[in-house]
Unconditional design. Structure first.
Length: 463
């Protein structure tokens, strides 16, 4: 004998109920032959699970007595009544769910944030987001490292090498943790409501990709990073994803293991890989790092650009950057002109478009509830076209703003880094400033390196 009860836990799914699972395990072990419960809704609120479990237990010689309804499964005819009552129990939870969802939607539309979770950098006290200083520094560093070109893996390694623990000490830093932080709008002070939804009470929640309206609350709390930094991070995520899709190698992914990884492009449009080249000098075996075009490596007849030494690339970058720094007036003019160009190109505010989208969606819902006529059908079709158009415009506006913010962040970073000449090659400076390096060849030898800066400046170095 024993008492089994899961206080405060929904009866929607059996696997979430610890005591219920413990009871089933004892049934399967032969320790229980009879179950007494107050009502069907106390046993399960999922009709399929209720019938399946009751039948399975009956086949094992275990019967159930539902006291309120007076149903006993030792009587085979009770299963018909049990099926009806289980359906009613499920409908009860559906009605309750609809009422709860209605309340949430009312608060969403009013811009009320009712978030009680915990996340790195914030703790929520009485509904208010409060910054946790030590954790906020980690969040800022993650955004900073990412915008400097570090990969997810490298960011994890940097944090773990310093002994920085993952959120609430939950094991090691992983790519998933970094992705979650970089894509979470709460870190810039905003909150997006209804990012997930359940299509049915008996189905798991899924990502909201336009099936339900989303509600954005601007400046809900103090952000750990600026909106410009957050938008820049989103643009960088999109850029890396796009770069990944353009790579020809199967299962390829964004790589920044070395400063030049993913940045070198051959005149034949081939990518470069790093290799160790061994040679003898004065009877001593030596090794140097070289970068080889993958097309040249596979078939020299398709590309005659020879490998280039890593040291040559490093010296060329130091030279081209120092040449820019030596002419500060011209560089300042170029950067100022670029900033003006970016600011002049600000696109439509996506928030205004979002408001129009919500209005159109609500109008469409209102029309769908009226009697269907030819006129209402025509209005609905026009609204659907308008909604689709607005969704595209919002996406484009968000991409444009994020790209502009990323460019401004790059320009600001460049201003910081060009205050004095480089004495030697610096990994962080290179990855922060340089987008691509195009390698062209003359007479089968690498002749020129075209350095393309993130801010739009291009320089050429002969090697």
């Amino acid at each position: 004998m024993g008492f089994f009860g899961d206080e405060g836990i929904s009866g929607k799914f059996a696997h979430n109920r610890e005591d219920f699972q413990r009871m089933l395990n004892e049934c399967y072990a032969g320790k229980i032959t009879r179950i007494v419960t107050k009502s069907v809704s106390r046993f399960a609120r999922n009709q399929v699970e209720c019938m399946k479990l009751a039948r399975d237990l009956k086949n094992r010689g275990i019967t159930i007595l539902f006291e309120t309804q007076g149903i006993d499964t030792k009587d085979e005819g009770s299963f018909v009544i049990l099926s009806v009552l289980a359906s009613m129990a499920e409908e009860e939870i559906r009605t309750l769910s609809r009422n709860v969802i209605f309340g949430f939607l009312k608060r969403y539309k009013a811009g009320q944030v009712n978030w009680t979770g915990r996340m790195l950098g914030y703790e929520v006290v009485k509904g208010q987001f409060q910054i946790v200083p030590d954790e906020a520094l980690v969040v800022k560093e993650i955004f900073d490292l990412f915008l400097k070109g570090k990969s997810y893996y490298q960011i994890c390694q940097i944090l773990m090498s310093r002994g920085v623990q993952a959120f609430q000490g939950k094991g090691r830093w992983t790519r998933g943790w970094i992705e979650f932080i970089l894509a979470n709008e709460k870190y810039c002070g905003d909150v997006i409501l209804q990012k997930t939804y359940a299509p049915d009470i008996m189905l798991p929640r899924r990502k909201n990709e336009g099936k339900r309206p989303k509600y954005e609350v601007q400046n809900n709390h103090i952000g750990i990073v600026s909106k410009a930094t957050f938008d820049a991070a989103q643009a960088e995520i999109a850029r890396r994803n796009k770069e990944k899709l353009t790579l020809k190698e199967k299962n390829s992914k964004f790589c920044s293991l070395y400063p030049f990884s993913g940045k070198l492009i051959c005149t034949c449009n081939g990518k470069y890989r790093r290799h160790a080249q061994t040679f003898m000098k004065n009877g001593v075996k030596q090794t140097e790092r070289v970068w080889v075009c993958t097309t040249h490596q596979g078939n020299k007849t398709l590309c005659d650009v020879k490998p280039i030494k890593e040291s040559t690339l490093e010296k060329a970058f130091v030279s081209t950057l120092n040449n820019l720094i030596s002419n500060k007036e011209m560089l300042s003019e170029m950067l100022g002109a670029k900033i003006e160009e970016v600011l002049a190109g600000k696109s439509v505010d996506p928030r205004l478009l979002a408001e129009q989208l919500v209005e159109a969606q609500e109008e469409l819902i209102a029309i769908s509830k009226t009697t269907r006529t030819d006129q209402s059908q025509a209005q609905a079709e026009l609204l659907i076209q308008k909604i689709q158009s607005l969704q595209c415009e919002i996406e484009l506006a968000q991409v444009n703003i994020a790209t502009q913010d990323l460019t401004l962040v790059r320009l600001a970073e460049m201003k910081k880094l060009i205050k004095r000449p480089l004495a030697f090659f610096n990994d962080d400076v290179f990855t922060t400033l340089i987008n691509k390096v195009l390698i062209t060849a003359e007479d089968t030898k690498p002749a020129k390196l075209h350095f393309i800066f993130y801010c739009g400046i291009e320089t050429i170095e002969e090697v």
